[in-house]
Design a protein around this ligand. Structure first.
Ligand SMILES: Cc1cc2nc3c(=O)[nH]c(=O)nc-3n(C[C@H](O)[C@H](O)[C@H](O)COP(=O)(O)OP(=O)(O)OC[C@H]3O[C@@H](n4cnc5c(N)ncnc54)[C@H](O)[C@@H]3O)c2cc1C
Length: 458
């Protein structure tokens, strides 16, 4: 930021605000971090709101950059693929790649605590909890906070203000009112509820722990993430209306009936199913897109405040962490004389990527819910894995580009659209399912990739 030590105000000490604080303090600034909730290091999250995350290469790279990646991996469970649960109890493990790539399952609260400890421990960051931002002055810039225990009002003026206050951002709301500002939000017709699978009393894990577990059932599904204490957090995704839905499951009998018929192998693992379901909130999922993310050289939005995406691809926090790394690079490259240019450059780089991952996340939601148990879809995935094995320099499946590379999301989207044509052609080979390893298929793959290399339309 500026040449001199500046006071920087970050509104929101969630995952992205805490990481941004570390980045900005490393640049020598006095970071004032404000959060409406109590300190998560001394207050556990409310029941049913733990939210597990998976960190992938891009989020971990942004953490590694400030030496926080190793500690994050240590409190995570690596998962190398999905375990698909059929209604009859049959299991199918689908590796993310054939190269041992893993997502890291981590409790959001544990990660938040780690980032806050790191930020405070390294100095330069001052945290103020239970301070809700109730007013924003973009021009100053300044925020007015209300203490959520005492009601006391205070104001802080700073050199810069970063809105890291999540998908319902107060900073963004002020930008909507005060500036020529584009904004859209779109809710899914589904919500999720958290259910808890405790570790078995005799030790070990209730489910294979090196996988994310999915029970795909068309318009509803169950998805489970391992925790380091050997428990699993399951999220039941269902529509608001129809059957089954939050409107139709209104009694313990109806809930147990749903689990007996749709998730019979999960039922014995959920001793508190009825209590969890009827006491935990159902949480909606929304895509938020907006522009401009910045105001002069004073204010910028970051993380979910700038781009809310549905959680299906597990990219919200990963993308927010990338924002922090890109913003810090832009500020460093522009130098103290052109902070406005740096903020604009940050938005130019990140906004198209945020839009790309928003679109991919909506697509992936359908994939998880419906397609992962569809034989045609699985054949497609198998072909993709084979092409990747044979020609890793020329072809990378979309999932790997998003989760196991640092390629911009826009580039992953562009390449995926091109690569789909290749897989379509291989799928069109008569009886391809029975000759996947054959010379004929290998030659067709090589020929198609070469045509793409030469610039022919793919
Ligand atoms: C079910 C689910 C699963 C997900 N899975 C993944 C995953 O696997 N991988 C992944 O990368 N992402 C995942 N995400 C997305 C991820 O949780 C978010 O993208 C990420 O938490 C965004 O971080 P953030 O700091 O921008 O916003 P938030 O985490 O929302 O933090 C914003 C902070 O600002 C505070 N705040 C809000 N308003 C105010 C105010 N007025 N005054 C002061 N403070 C305020 C909030 O209390 C909060 O602490 C998932 C999300 C959900 C819901």
């Amino acid at each position: 930021l500026g040449a001199d030590r500046e006071t920087v105000l970050i509104c929101g000490a969630g995952l992205v605000g805490s990481l941004l604080a570390i980045y900005l303090a490393r640049m020598g600034h006095d970071v004032q971090l404000f959060e409406r909730h109590p300190d998560p290091r001394s207050h556990p999250p409310p029941s049913g709101r733990s939210i597990n995350l998976t960190l992938c290469d891009r989020g971990l790279a942004a953490l590694d950059h400030v030496d926080a990646g190793r500690a994050a991996r240590e409190i995570s469970v690596p998962c190398k693929g999905r375990m698909i649960h059929a209604v009859d109890g049959a299991l199918e493990f689908q590796p993310y790649t054939n190269r041992g790539h893993a997502l890291y399952s981590i409790a959001r609260n544990d990660l938040n605590r780690l980032l806050l400890d790191t930020a405070i421990g390294r100095g330069g960051v001052h945290c103020h909890f239970e301070k809700k931002c109730v007013e924003v002055d973009l021009a100053a810039p300044a925020c007015t906070f209300r203490d959520t225990r005492t009601g006391e009002i205070s104001e802080l003026r700073a050199r810069r203000l970063f809105g890291a206050d999540g998908v319902h951002s107060a900073v963004r709301r002020e930008m909507q009112k005060a500036l020529r500002f584009d904004f859209t939000q779109k809710y899914l017709d589904q919500a999720y509820k958290e259910l808890h699978v405790p570790p078995p009393p005799g030790g070990g894990w209730a489910l294979a722990h090196s996988a994310i577990h999915i029970w795909p059932r068309g318009h509803y599904m169950l998805i489970g993430f391992p925790n380091i204490d050997r428990s699993f957090t399951l999220a039941l995704h269902m529509p608001y209306d129809g059957h089954p839905s939050y409107a139709s499951i209104t009694s313990p009998e109806a809930l147990l009936d749903l689990f007996r018929t749709s998730f019979p192998d999960a039922l014995p693992l959920l001793p508190a199913l009825v209590e969890d379901f009827f006491s935990h909130p159902e949480t909606s999922m929304v895509t938020v897109q907006c522009s401009s993310w910045t105001y002069l050289d004073r204010v910028a939005l970051i993380g979910d405040a700038a781009h809310g995406i549905v959680p299906s691809y597990g990219q919200g926090a990963n993308a927010g962490f990338e924002d922090c790394a890109v913003l810090s690079t832009c500020l460093q490259q522009a130098g103290p004389g052109d902070v406005q240019g740096a903020l604009q450059q940050y938005e130019r780089q990140r906004k198209p990527n945020a839009d790309a991952i928003a679109a991919l996340s909506l697509e992936h939601f359908i994939e998880l819910r419906e397609l992962v148990s569809d034989p045609k879809f699985l054949l497609r995935k198998e072909i993709e894995r084979r092409i990747y094995d044979l020609h890793p320099d020329l072809y990378m499946p979309l999932y790997a580009m998003v989760s196991f590379s640092l390629m911009p999301y826009t580039e992953a989207l562009r390449r995926d659209r091109m690569q789909r044509g290749i897989v379509d052609e291989i799928l069109a080979i008569p009886e391809v399912r029975d000759k996947l390893g054959s010379e004929e298929v290998r030659a067709a793959i090589a020929e198609r990739l070469q045509a793409c290399e030469r610039g022919a339309v793919c």
